[in-house]
Design a protein around this ligand. Structure first.
Ligand SMILES: *Cc1c(COP(=O)(O)O)cnc(C)c1O
Length: 439
């Protein structure tokens, strides 16, 4: 595409289109993508970028994957959508079967939602309806650990990090939930039970007000890219059982192999009462998610008032989304991604380790196909992205976090190039907002 045409499109975009978390007045620059294939994004300007973001965790089998394309096209020729009220279809039934088989044992009731945030809303509704149906109406609050991220809709937002999230902006309007400090002991560090005391304290004192505890298992994603000790989740599961408080795990970012297990809850051997999945479920083809619950949760909700789950989106169980999800999960089943994820982890460990010598980098963390450089100062996003694009990679950092979660199909060479770009850019002082003194 000609430079003039690109400029015109970008000019219109800047004038009229909101991007995530941006100003309409002074938006950050955006890059015009023409197409994407495998682990590569192709810009209209002709540049090719190795993708380090998997389009926010969701593309795992590569862009423009022939099998996913075929599954989607075949479904289009049958039906793109039908309502789910009073109607069902094979793609939804097959997908439910696959999810139940893959998920931690006991999660066997499936609710299909249109996005991750909606699946979190549904999970919270389930928990609240569980309280109501079991005659414990005072149990109407949710507890969580700070540093979390559960989506941008209302109740999902109420359990996001109280400082980094949107609590201050909407203070007085969001439902007030209970927070304890995030686990301080990292994955791979030595467990110390003190880390869990604040949660014990909270449940001891407030369990009669709690419908559920919600957490991202093992890896807190968009709230801070923090990886915590599996024992924490194990203890949490036991504690929730003791006080008969439901445990919701939000596997939207961590599910389908990302942390090196099919679901991150498996690191702790935990079966939650309710689990949300999304993002990678369609291989990153379209927005889709599901909330899985145990038979007990479904039973209690269905036995009390109003006996039905009060949710039913227009595009519930959309057949196109189900069809592409079926193919995506079939691919995971046919050849487990876990060995490849272990290789990706090994390469990232070796390559990102070099960032430890970099004066701007405070901490390096790698788990599964997630690699994180925590820096001392927040990045200057526009500057940082410019440097990455110059190096032929696509990375979108935030705050003090420069991180990658590559697709499982990335080649070793592509991954090495990506990691080296990360270390390179972290060494450039001018990509950070403040100078070193502020440390
Ligand atoms: C992305 C994300 C969500 C929200 O999903 P959307 O599809 O963006 O609504 C919820 N929880 C976690 C852990 C996420 O990473």
């Amino acid at each position: 595409m000609k430079t003039l045409e690109i400029d015109n499109l970008l000019e219109f975009d800047k004038e009229h289109i909101w991007h995530p978390y941006t100003s309409m007045k002074e938006p950050l620059p955006v890059y015009l993508v023409e197409s994407a294939c495998g682990a590569v994004l192709k810009l209209e300007s002709g540049e090719e970028l190795i993708d380090g973001m998997s389009s926010w965790w969701c593309v795992i089998h590569g862009y423009n994957n022939p099998r996913l394309n075929r599954a989607l096209k075949a479904q289009v020729d049958k039906m793109s959508h039908v309502m789910f009220g009073g109607i069902t279809h094979k793609p939804a039934i097959e997908l439910s079967k696959k999810l139940i088989k893959m998920a931690p044992m006991g999660l066997e009731k499936v609710f299909f939602a249109d996005s991750g945030s909606v699946s979190v809303e549904v999970a919270i509704k389930m928990a609240l309806q569980y309280s109501i149906a079991s005659g414990r109406v005072r149990r109407n609050k949710i507890a969580t650990i700070s540093g979390g991220y559960h989506g941008d809709t209302w109740h999902a937002m109420s359990v996001c990090d109280p400082v980094g999230g949107m609590h201050s902006l909407y203070s007085g309007r969001l439902p007030i939930q209970y927070f304890v400090p995030r686990p301080s002991i990292g994955f791979g560090e030595e467990w110390c039970s003190d880390d869990f005391l604040p949660m014990i304290d909270l449940l001891e004192n407030h369990h009669e007000e709690l419908a559920a505890v919600i957490v991202e298992p093992i890896v807190q994603g968009a709230g801070g890219m923090w990886m915590y000790h599996p024992q924490y989740l194990k203890e949490l599961s036991l504690l929730c059982k003791r006080y008969d408080v439901l445990l919701i795990v939000d596997e939207i970012a961590t599910g389908f192999g990302r942390t090196g297990k099919m679901f991150a809850s498996e690191w702790s051997g935990v079966v939650p009462d309710i689990m949300c999945v999304g993002k990678a479920i369609t291989g990153g083809y379209m927005s889709f998610a599901a909330t899985l619950a145990t038979a007990k949760v479904a039973d209690v909700i269905s036995s009390g008032e109003p006996s039905v789950i009060m949710h039913g989106p227009t595009f519930m169980a959309n057949p196109l989304a189900c069809a592409v999800a079926n193919e995506s999960l079939l691919m995971l089943d046919e050849s487990s991604p876990l060995p490849r994820i272990a290789e990706i982890e090994a390469i990232m460990l070796e390559e990102l380790d070099k960032a430890k010598e970099c004066a701007n980098v405070k901490n390096v963390r790698v788990l599964g196909a997630i690699g994180v450089l925590e820096t001392y100062s927040p990045v200057d996003m526009a500057r940082c992205q410019e440097e990455f694009v110059k190096r032929g990679v696509w990375v979108r950092p935030f705050g003090r976090l420069i991180y990658i979660m590559p697709q499982y199909i990335i080649t070793d060479d592509q991954l090495v190039k990506l990691c080296r770009a990360l270390v390179d850019v972290a060494n450039i002082d001018s990509v950070f907002q403040c100078s070193h003194e502020v440390r």
